[in-house]
Ligand binder design. Sequence first.
Ligand code: ADP
Ligand code: MG
Length: 682
Amino acid sequence: MALDFQTSVIDIKGIGPARARLLRKLGIESVSDLLRHFPRDYRDVSKVTAIAEASLGDAVLCVQIRHNAHTFRKKGLTITSAQANDKTGSVTLIWYNQPYMAGNLKQGATLLAIGRLEYRFGELQMANPILESPGSSIIGERWLPVYPLTAGLSQRLMHHAVAACLHDMPKDIFDTLPEEIRQENGLCGLYEALWGIHFPKNAEELAQARKRLVFEELLLFQAAMASVSSRERNERGVPLACSNEKTEELLGKLPYELTNAQKKALIELASDMRKPAPMNRLVQGDVGSGKTALALFVLLWAASEGYQAAMMAPTDILARQHCRTAERFLAPLGIKTALLTASQTQAERSETLERIKTGEIQAVIGTHSLISKGVEYKNLAACVVDEQHRFGVSQRAALLNKGVHPHVMVMSATPIPRTLALILYGDLELSLLDEMPPGRQSIKTYCVPQDKRADMYGFIRKHALSGGQAYVVCPLVEESEALEARSVEQVYDDVAKAMPDVPAGCLHGKMPGKKKDELLQRFEKGEIRVLVSTSVVEVGVDIRNATLMAIESPERFGLAQLHQLRGRVGRGETQSYCFVMLPEGEHAAKGRLEYFAKHLDGFELAEEDLRLRGPGQFLGTRQTGLPDMKAVEFAGNVENVQKTREVLQKLLKGGYGERAGKAVMEAAMSRYGKAFDEIAMN
Ligand code: ADP
Ligand code: MG
């Protein structure tokens, strides 16, 4: 049977409904998904070695199992181990958190164990080896792939499934990259590339395969970007004067002096916006570095010259807060602002829409409501996107398309690799806020074991009674998970019981926007001293008097998210605290939480996050608004990005002919178009 990429995996030999379900957990539904599930490592299996002759490192051993495997728990890990030997020596095979491996390890069985041989605890060990039957056709001239897996799936199953697909694949399989592009850039065909990435014969073949797949991914991704976003080079925007008087006026209204980093960024922003080419600038600065103030100037400069400006934030709470800030500082300068979110009533909304259309409103602040269909601007000249990583590519594009080449400033606390910035924004300028407002103290962070919960509540209570305020944040939990993580209601009950003399409030995402805002304002005014909340306060919320943050079930959050949460405190000059509750029992997340407690720098934490979770997760939807990219490793691909950008420019101009152009665009949209649409905000 000739292979069809769209065929469901269930039609592959050896894969039934149960395995198909497991594969779906890895995002694999079709043959194409399976073939694009790339190995994370390889084993050289060209020859089987005797234990006595094997050197440490990659090895293939042919061994007999001495006793049935046994499984036990240690330090929160489930360990399965078995003794095995050949005529020359013995080895301990050991698996972490794969108890289902025990089924393969019956006394007397002979099998091939493929993995890294190590000398540990006075014996030879092989950790997480792949098992194959002796004489398996998989052993031989090609390397063996090691795939990222999910519980219940074995490397062996993947090997056989992938090999079956590759064998069925016709040699002249349709190639997403037109011949001319391949030749120009020295890239192999898709057929060779797929064999080479899964079962390379040698390092050279693997490198060739990788080169081609990375190129393809970068090209298709940028092609898809180009088709959803109308932004091109050399377009004309609206040059603004960004007058010094206006700037001084607003500076005079701010209750603080700008930091040097803010001043520098301000000069960069003004100089961009004075040019006819539209600004495209990313302002990156750690949580609390004062990015919002800069946004006010961008709004001001556009609005005070007869244009409109829009500022988009990822959550209702944040949009409302920004709107209040904008009103407070811009209204006195004669600028009319308005809020637009999905939680407004129909009547409010239609009125606001009308006033935006006529141009009466000069600065609109809102959530993704700003980009919904009915919203028409009179003359949108500047856009600000706060917490840009929380928006999808098409959402950003949609905002820009509401104006004619508006100036754009995106803000983020999440550092992104330069490669990624290039892909996402093209020629993006960067302003770095590498300085905190003066007087900030570092936030004392502690890991709190469960049996110290009462003490922690005692500390929070004292803190609240002596003039401080605190957040207690819980992760969002589905009802089915209620046993594992404590819901915000449960925690609120506990808090209310533990400190009956402290006014507390409970905030969660499902509340109507107005209600959330009311609660938050009461917290800001100090009427509520302890706010128990879901992670809706994760981004942006700015309440200076709150100086204590306690995080429940912190193992559910990534490091970057924890850092954002911690960033809700320490925004003034008072000593702030952050408590993370350690999960019950021995838990793999503990190390990560302890790392978090010791590190305060967002950049370091982001790097560690990237290292722990791998680029797929880190650079996935939540962090960047990017769909998963599989072949690309972002760290060192700047050159490739540039090269593929050039190819794309030529392609868009028809340089490879109409047919090639169409084929690439179609492939691009079929791979990424849907992901762009699906990337929605939380
Ligand atoms: P972020 O960069 O995380 O968005 P914000 O813009 O919310 O940070 O600012 C954090 C806090 O610091 C706010 O309360 C803001 O008013 C204050 N702030 C901003 N700039 C300065 C400054 N130059 N001096 C003192 N406080 C500042
Ligand atoms: Mg902010």
